[in-house]
Design a protein. Structure first.
Length: 266
């Protein structure tokens, strides 16, 4: 049956789904091994994207978990499922943000997919953040992303500033795509917090980015995009997250997306 064949384990459940379930359970349980009175948040979300030029729409579902401990360490992870080009990919992501002293944060992160039809086979990322005077924050991260027939190394350099109820940020992405050049991208963000936790913001990006194809190859193209997103807390325990956006992938397609999520705090 080729790539469509399912390898099953006990009870006839596809083995890749057993792997997703096991790793997802690990992501959700691991933070509780640190016994304290921290805060946990779970979010389930659905995304749909419409593509022009005859391309079929994309979908994505995620279950995100986050645990912030009293000591300031934040554990987070996600189980995800995405559909593109008529295929589904599933995977997991996990990371932790660790404060070091009063001014530094170290943030390792990794992800793995179980089919890699179009998503990367996996990635590892290491981010370092530095708190600066007058509300400024500087950051740098290195990421390696592995595809079936290529790999991408990316350096991201960012700066952000908080003032009053506002947050502004800029990120420069410099990538090295094996066999496909060295694209450079820019991203801008502006958020307004209308209470301590709820916010609404805009995002804009431009430059060249890489994208995985169903056969495992990677190509780069000129990309520009714009989006609106926010999170509104209904009370201390429940919130709605939303995202609206447009992306132009050169002259290949325009993509129009909407995402809605429900968040629960414990």
């Amino acid at each position: 049956m080729g790539r469509a064949q399912l390898v099953t384990g006990q009870g006839g459940i596809p083995r890749k789904w057993q792997q997703v379930a096991l790793m997802g359970l690990t992501l959700l349980v691991a933070p509780y091994l640190v016994a304290d009175e921290g805060r946990t948040e779970l979010e389930v979300s659905q995304r749909y994207e419409h593509l022009d030029n005859g391309f079929a729409g994309w979908q994505a579902q995620r279950l995100d978990a986050q645990r912030r401990t009293v000591s300031g360490i934040t554990w987070y992870g996600a189980v995800l499922r995405e559909r593109r080009y008529g295929n589904w990919d599933e995977g997991v992501e996990a990371g932790v943000a660790i404060p070091v002293g009063e001014s530094w944060v170290i943030q390792p992160e990794a992800g793995k997919t179980f089919d890699d039809s179009f998503l990367p086979k996996g990635y590892v990322d290491l981010r370092v953040q530095r708190l600066l005077p007058e509300g400024w924050i500087g950051s740098a991260s290195l990421r390696r992303t592995e595809y079936d027939n290529s790999q991408v190394d990316r350096l991201a350099l960012g700066g952000e500033r908080y003032w009053g109820n506002w947050r502004g940020a800029y990120t420069l992405n410099i990538s090295d795509v094996e066999g496909a050049g060295s694209p450079i991208g820019h991203m801008l963000a502006l958020d307004r917090y209308y209470n301590d936790t709820s916010f609404v913001g805009i995002r804009a990006n431009t430059g060249r980015e890489e994208e995985g194809l169903p056969d495992g190859r990677v190509f780069t193209a000129s990309v520009s995009g714009f989006g609106l997103r926010g999170r509104h807390w209904l009370d201390a325990d429940w919130a709605l997250s939303w995202d609206l956006g447009w992306v132009s992938q050169g002259d290949i397609y325009n993509r129009y997306g909407a995402q809605i999520g429900i968040r629960r705090a414990f």
